[in-house]
Design a protein around this ligand. Structure first.
Ligand code: GUN
Length: 280
């Protein structure tokens, strides 16, 4: 089975659109997502454009604040402070990566955790790892929703996650632990990657390495979720060799059209959650 992330994301977006429209008729207010984009990194510009387009489509107003590559950290922190105080702003997202004069940690820490639509603030990270209510990072949340479309109960399943980033691997592990999976995180220093991956009922590949996962790395009937977005020549490919695995697995996400659209749908969902929390 090939998991159609594009279709699942469409379903989420149409539900969000309806809820946002209902809320608008009740409150006369619309969620606003503010995105800070620094510099000229081409993939970031594309991602931000896509986020804006999708937001508008579901009725979320989107504002992009652009800075040149050499903007000072202070100027960005002052802007975040202003957005934190602005009652009309529901969500704040600072597109990563950042230029080297700006510390990611400082910027993430400056965002009001209740407007942190990425779920990267330490308060949200801590709440997630404690199993409390939190804003959940969009990509791992999207992956979990896709996995649960295939398998309702994940209890006792062995999940292997390739990659230990704060954006993907770590929050993915927390979500799967909450689903009662046995979770292994493997990474660049893991001794025998293939051996660990072969234990997986659920394999999430978020390593950023094209073609890393081959057919002899997964057991039959595994669920394989490919988070990778790698440019190889003019083509976008994942971390998984899709053609080799598609016949063998129980379910697999393609790239593009798998996790990517779900990330954006979950960002919109998080923005609506932040908006609702601020209306209470
Ligand atoms: N850069 C790549 N992915 C992401 C993401 O999910 N959020 C932010 N803020 N920046 C990114």
């Amino acid at each position: 089975m090939i998991i159609d992330g594009k279709r699942e994301a469409e379903i989420i977006r149409s539900e969000l659109k309806k809820e946002i429209s209902d809320l608008k008729s009740k409150t006369n207010k619309t969620p606003i997502l503010t995105v800070i984009l620094i510099g000229e990194f081409a993939p970031s510009k594309i991602y931000v454009k896509n986020k804006e387009r999708s937001a508008l489509e579901v009725g979320i107003n989107s504002r992009i604040i652009k800075y040149p590559e050499n903007v000072s950290e202070k100027e960005v922190l002052i802007k975040i402070e202003e957005l934190n105080k602005d009652k009309n702003v529901s969500g704040i997202l600072v597109q990563l990566p950042l230029p080297k004069q700006i510390k990611k940690e400082k910027v993430i820490n400056a965002i009001d955790p209740s407007k942190d639509v990425d779920g990267f603030h330490p308060i949200n990270v801590g709440n997630l790892s404690s199993g409390y209510k939190s804003i959940v990072p969009c990509t791992p949340l999207g992956c979990l929703l896709l996995i649960k479309k295939v398998e309702k109960s994940l209890s006792g399943k062995h999940a292997v996650i390739i990659g230990r980033s704060n954006l993907n691997g770590k929050p993915m592990a927390q979500l799967l632990l909450q689903e009662n999976c046995t979770v292994t995180i493997v990474h660049s220093k893991t001794k025998n990657l293939q051996h660990e991956c072969l234990k997986a009922d659920i394999l999430v590949a978020a390593a950023g390495k094209p073609n890393l996962v081959r057919k002899d790395w997964v057991q039959d009937n595994a669920i394989v979720i490919d988070v990778g977005i790698n440019k190889v020549g003019e083509k976008i490919v994942g971390d998984v060799n899709f053609d080799e695995l598609k016949e063998k697995t129980k379910a697999i996400t393609p790239v593009p059209g798998g996790v990517g659209p779900m990330t954006i749908a979950c960002l919109l969902r998080n923005t609506l959650e932040c908006f609702k929390a601020h209306q209470l």
